[in-house]
Design a protein around this ligand. Sequence first.
Ligand SMILES: Nc1ncnc2c1ncn2[C@@H]1O[C@H](COP(=O)(O)OP(=O)(O)O)[C@@H](O)[C@H]1O
Ligand SMILES: [Mg+2]
Length: 231
Amino acid sequence: MAVVQVSQVVKEYRDRGSAPVVALRGVDLTVEAGEFMALAGPSGSGKTTLLNLIGALDTPSQGRVSIDGRDLAGLSPVQLADLRRDRIGFVFQSYNLVPVLTAAENAEYVLQLRGVPKAERRKAVAEVFAALGIGELMDARPPQMSGGQQQRVAVARAIVAAPAVVLADEPTANLDQASGRALIERMHRLNHERGITFVFSTHDPMVLEQAERVVNLVDGQIASDVRKGAA
Ligand SMILES: Nc1ncnc2c1ncn2[C@@H]1O[C@H](COP(=O)(O)OP(=O)(O)O)[C@@H](O)[C@H]1O
Ligand SMILES: [Mg+2]
């Protein structure tokens, strides 16, 4: 089943006092459950815009975005908030962890919002931290951690509530080469072993190499869409 369906999407930004910018010009994209997909393209090509639309953080000017077969345009603000909480995991370039909370508290917040009891939350978080190789960091706070460690916590936070898709906007952009590689390899393993669907943007060739499908955006349009042969 298609987790993400983007049909004929146009996104135009109209900011007061400046000329309108067309960031996406008719994008069609289907992402199936279990994909490990990279969104490539130069800076300004529309990667962040597309991820924001898929993640229901913004709305298209034209066209349709569906998650789990549900057209986002048909959902109320409350339904959209529920969908973001329950079906979508986000990983941002700058980690976006809450500095005063421990790593485990950061990761369990979504489960708390869903009313999952404390002991069960801890168990789920511990399990996901172990899978990401950060089991010893449960009680550390983000300012004490390296960028690579913080981004692993961000991935743990994104996957702990078992979303339909994890959207990661240039997750390795602030990491050194080794930490970036380690992060993407962990993500790939989670995809492979647990079937977690990842869509991540990047312009790093090392990250693209790990992807099983590369969709290349150029000037707001899909210029190529390449699936690697089964390994
Ligand atoms: N909030 C915004 N207001 C106006 N223009 C924007 C906004 N966000 C992005 N853009 C423009 O839309 C285009 C695509 O941007 P973006 O999606 O951020 O690309 P990428 O993530 O590939 O670098 C660029 O021309 C950018 O300047
Ligand atoms: Mg971007």
